[in-house]
Design a binder for this molecule. Structure first.
Ligand SMILES: CC[C@H](C)[C@H](NC(=O)C[C@H](O)[C@H](CC1CCCCC1)NC(=O)CCNC(=O)[C@H](Cc1ccccc1)NC(=O)N1CCC(N)CC1)C(=O)NCc1cnc(C)nc1N
Length: 331
């Protein structure tokens, strides 16, 4: 089988995240979930949450689904890189994404969410697409939607075609030739950390020379920006008039009117250029003349992250075969 579903930006002004409609249970309950290749829990706002923690999000009510089953004695608790988190209990039920159904998928029902989830009313939960070793359900960890679907997929892959300020797609089980140009360059994935960790072959700032350098990082659809080693990031912002590394804003900022260079990264012999517009992430506060960069230093993060700012400059194949690989193509 295969599936194909839209990845819709949650904000009209800048791409903080993308959500995809997912139907749960019988009769179907549809939620807008953030597909996150940087984690491996499928969790949702649920009828088990105190109403004080819900602010407009859609919820999944297992007691309204005839196919829901409590996973007795199991719980989950997750913390993300931005300090947000959630926890709760676990049911299994049918989950459908873009025409692809998984029976008895573990659906982690939130009983508590951190304040940033409550205030982000466009996200009703997450679908983890990382490796199942990262799943937090205890005492028995659960499989991701992708791992559960894999044996029924025409091919054990999912692809991300994220776009700048417009809807893209996540496809499961097939590679849509119409979504990319040229060849797909595949490189090995180290799944031991649980993320889609792959080697990049170097970078260039604007029209400058390409610097060959092996950079290990993760392809993370759930992270908004790109986080790379300080040496690379300072080389980039040296080319931006008025750029400073702001402690108060927590990263590189610059006058919104500044002209930004493009940023090119290598995957094997292939080269992918992130347009300047993608690297002007957003005003630090609505209407401000100071803008926050889409490229930031990974020194405070601990790993290099190729987030949405980079992913939307390419067509990316997450190949869950044995061994796993990741493919990048222009589009
Ligand atoms: C099983 C845990 C799992 C693997 C976990 N994975 C991750 O954290 C990566 C994962 O991709 C998560 C998925 C996010 C979580 C928040 C909700 C949206 C999805 N990514 C991050 O945390 C990266 C940093 N956050 C981000 O990039 C968020 C994403 C977001 C989007 C919309 C609304 C709210 C948040 N972006 C922002 O906050 N933005 C606002 C500020 C702006 N300057 C940039 C955009 C992990 O590594 N946790 C370990 C961990 C724990 N504690 C800490 C402190 N760091 C950690 N890494």
């Amino acid at each position: 089988g295969t599936g194909s579903a839209a990845a819709v930006p949650i904000n009209a002004d800048f791409d903080i995240a993308y959500v995809t409609p997912v139907t749960l249970g019988t009769p179907p309950q549809t939620l807008q979930l953030d597909f996150d290749s940087g984690s491996s829990d499928l969790w949702v706002f649920s009828s088990h949450l105190p109403t004080s923690q819900i602010r407009g999000q859609q919820i999944y009510a297992p007691n309204k689904s005839s196919t829901a089953k409590l996973l007795d004695g199991h719980s989950w608790s997750i913390t993300y890189g931005d300090g947000s988190g959630s926890r709760g209990n676990v049911y299994t039920d049918n989950v459908t994404v873009g025409g692809l159904t998984v029976g008895s998928q573990a659906i982690e029902c939130a009983q508590q969410v951190s304040s940033s989830f409550t205030t982000e009313d466009h996200i009703d939960g997450l679908v983890g697409l990382g490796f199942s070793t990262l799943n937090t359900v205890s005492p028995k960890s659960q499989l991701t939607f992708f791992d559960n679907a894999k044996s029924n997929l025409d091919s054990p892959v999912f692809t991300a075609d994220l776009k700048y300020k417009q809807a893209g797609t996540y496809d499961f089980g097939f590679i849509d030739e119409a979504k990319y140009t040229g060849e797909i360059t595949y490189v090995p994935v180290n799944s031991d950390p649980g993320y889609w960790t792959f080697p990049s072959s170097g970078y260039a700032v604007g029209s400058g020379n390409f610097t060959a350098s092996s950079i290990s990082g993760i392809a993370d659809t759930g992270t908004s920006l790109v986080y790379l080693p300080t040496a690379i990031v300072t080389a980039y912002y040296r080319q931006v008039q008025g750029a400073t590394n702001s402690r108060s804003y927590g990263g590189y900022v610059f006058p919104c009117a500044s002209t930004l260079p493009t940023f090119t990264f290598g995957v094997g012999a292939a080269r992918f250029t992130i347009p300047a517009a993608y690297l002007n992430y957003a005003p630090v506060t609505p209407g401000s003349a100071t803008c926050f960069g889409g490229l930031q230093s990974s020194s405070g993060v601990g790993i290099n992250i190729w987030g949405d700012v980079a992913l939307k400059a390419a067509f990316v194949v997450f190949n869950g075969g044995n061994p796993p690989t990741i493919g990048w193509a222009a589009k």
